[in-house]
Design a binder for this molecule. Structure first.
Ligand SMILES: CC(C)(COP(=O)(O)OP(=O)(O)OC[C@H]1O[C@@H](n2cnc3c(N)ncnc32)[C@H](O)[C@@H]1OP(=O)(O)O)[C@@H](O)C(=O)NCCC(=O)NCCS
Length: 204
């Protein structure tokens, strides 16, 4: 959708929009740190995302008009040491408010605690300002205590907690009983693989 107006420099790190030539380094960074499952573009987990899928996903993200991928590049060797994926998104159904949503914020472990995360967030703030957006939202796993503490210290307040359960588990906990017709329909769909009993993952 948009290019970041200018480039953010902080310490020995420079933040700029990602280019296709960054994809191989973004893959290494993602794989070394465990690819967040929701980058696979699917809601299900428990499958290791392969390199080709990640490459394909990054290519899509870089050409997605609604998103901006920022990379943090260390100045000495020009290596990509972190990235953030930004999306302009409305929060609130009844009173929608535009926000800059950061779905991924990742810094290489060997490059943490040097201000790289802050440099990426600074890039997100600049971008929000350029788009005249007043709020930044970050998606973070509820169980990621250090990341939550880090964000809280920067002033991010909790917004919503999204909980997830499989349809199968909800059927049990809600005590759902099918009519004869509905049970037959479910059996037919199950045979065709439409209603698989897979475990659904926890995306942020
Ligand atoms: C969360 C994360 C992005 C932070 O990245 P980072 O580059 O380490 O962040 P910063 O360097 O800006 O700040 C980290 C800490 O180092 C401190 N710091 C920053 N510059 C520093 C410097 N030059 N020297 C010493 N400490 C420094 C910061 O004050 C901060 O301290 P705090 O945690 O007590 O507030 C990184 O830990 C990460 O990638 N985690 C895994 C993925 C994840 O959980 N992402 C979060 C949401 S999707």
């Amino acid at each position: 959708m948009y290019a970041l107006e200018g480039i953010v420099s902080r310490g020995n790190v420079r933040v700029r929009p990602a280019a296709p030539s960054d994809i191989s380094e973004l893959i290494v960074l993602s794989e070394a740190n465990g690819v967040p499952e929701h980058m696979s573009g699917r809601g299900r987990r428990a499958r290791k995302t392969d390199t080709a899928t990640i490459a394909n996903r990054f290519s899509q993200l870089l050409t997605d008009p609604d998103r901006l991928v920022l990379v943090a590049v260390e100045e000495e060797h020009g290596a990509v040491v972190g990235f953030a994926v930004l999306l302009e998104e409305q929060v609130g159904v009844l009173a929608p408010t535009p926000t800059m949503y950061i779905s991924h914020l990742l810094v290489a472990p060997s490059y943490r605690r040097r201000g790289t995360g802050r440099a990426l967030l600074t890039g997100a703030v600049r971008h929000a300002e350029d788009r005249e957006i007043d709020h930044v939202v970050v998606g973070v796993q509820a169980a990621a205590r250090d990341a939550n503490r880090y964000l809280a210290r920067l002033g991010f307040a909790p917004l919503v907690v999204r909980r997830i359960a499989s349809v199968q588990a909800l059927r049990r906990s809600l005590g759902i009983v099918d009519s004869v017709d509905r049970a037959a329909l479910r059996r037919r769909r199950s045979v065709r693989g439409v209603l698989p009993s897979r475990v659904v993952g926890r995306g942020a």
